[in-house]
Design a protein around this ligand. Sequence first.
Ligand code: DSN
Length: 426
Amino acid sequence: MSSIEGRAPLSTVDPVLHELIRREEQREADKFRLIASENYASQAVLDASGSCLTNKYSEGYAKKRYYEGQQLIDEVEELAKSRIASLFATPLLDEKSVHVNVQPYSGSPANLAVYLAFVKPGETVMGLGLPAGGHLTHGHTVSITGKFFKSVPYGVRRTDHRIDLEEVRKLALEHRPKLIWAGTTAYPRALDFAAFRSIADEVGAILAADIAHISGLVAAGLHASPVGIADVVTSTTHKTLRGPRGGMILCKPEHAAAIDRAVFPGLQGGPHNHTTAGIAVAALEATLPSFKAYAERVVNNAQVLANALLERGFSLITGGTDNHLLLIDLTPKGIGGKPYAQALDRAGIVCNYNAIPFDPRKPMDPSGIRIGTPSVSSRGMGASEMLALAGFMDEVAKDQSEATLERIALSVKELCSKFPAPGLRV
Ligand code: DSN
C-alpha cells in the first residue's frame, strides 16, 4: 500500500459518484425544496459529520465503553448531550435533570427504543393514525410497531381535521394503553401536550412526544415544548433542527436507565460518532440569534404561503398552519396529489404527495400534497418569495404543459440563485 493511498479526494478516486453529488448539490441549489422533513445542514454540521469520527467504535456510554481509545469520543458525546439538554431544558425539567441520549441512528430507532423501554409485545399503544398525519412508528399496521404491539390509533375530527382529544380520552379509557404517542408528520397544528399528559395520567400510560418535525421550532421557543410534560421526547435531528441525519431522546431522570439500555445494547451497536458531533454543532448553532430568526421565518413563511394559496382557491387541511407545514387538499383544483407533485417537480418545486384525512383516494395516488418551509427559510427566503411561490403553484395547478413547467423552472432557478443555501458550494 502506498503511503498516500486513501488520501486522494473523491473527485479523483470516484469521479462517477463525485459527479452525482455535484449534480445533487446543483439540484438542491436550483429548486424550491419544500419537503417538510428536509433542510440544509450548515457547512459546519457537514464538516463534523464528514470527519474522522466515523472511524471510531464506541459501544456503551461515556466512561463505560467496551473498547479503548475513547478519550475524545467521550468528550464529543458529553458535549452533544449537554448542549441538547441546555437547548431543550424547560422550567418543568431543567438542564441538569433532563436526560439526553444522542445515539439513536434516526427517528424510527429512537421511537423503537421507547417501545423497548416501556412496552412488552402484545401490550396496547396509542398514536395518531398515519392517514390522519401520524408516523409509521406510532403503531401503523405495516410497521413493526403495529405488528408487535396492539395498536389503537386515534384520529382527527371530520369537521375541522384537528386531533379529537375527547376521542383520545375515550379510547384511552376503553383500551388502557401502556404508551401514548403525541406526535405528527403531516399535521399543521400545534399539539396540546398538557391535555395528552392528563389523559395518560388518567390511564397510567407513559406519554411519549415525538417532536421530529418541530424540534427546531421548539428549540427556538416558537412552539410549545413537551419537555417535562411527556415522560419521554424523541426527535430526529435533521428536520427543522437542521443538524445531521440522526435521532435523540430526552427523558425524565427516572427513565434514563431504561432508555439508555433500550438504545444500547437493546437495539443498536456502536453509535455514529460523526453524527453525534454534527448534533453537537447543530445544538450550538440553534442557540444563535440567526437560528431564532430562521425559525421565525419558517413559521411566518408557512403562514404567508397558506394565506396566498387560500386566496388562490387552494383548500388547506385545518384551514391554515401553526407550524412549518401545510397539507393541501387538491380536490377543488381537480388534480390528484401525485400528478400535481410530479408537475411541480418538473417546475423546480419539490414536495411530496400526501394523503389527507379521510382521503377517498389511495395512498399512492392521494388527494393532497404536503409543503414545508424549513429549507426555503434556511436560505433566507421570506414573504415576497412565498408570494411568488404561491403564484407558481397556482399556474402549475392550471396548466401542466411542458412549456409552462419549463418556463416556471427557469424563473424558480433564477429566484433561487439569489438565496445561496447553507452547506452547498454552488
Ligand atoms: N419521512 C419523514 C417525513 O417526511 O415526515 C418522517 O419519518
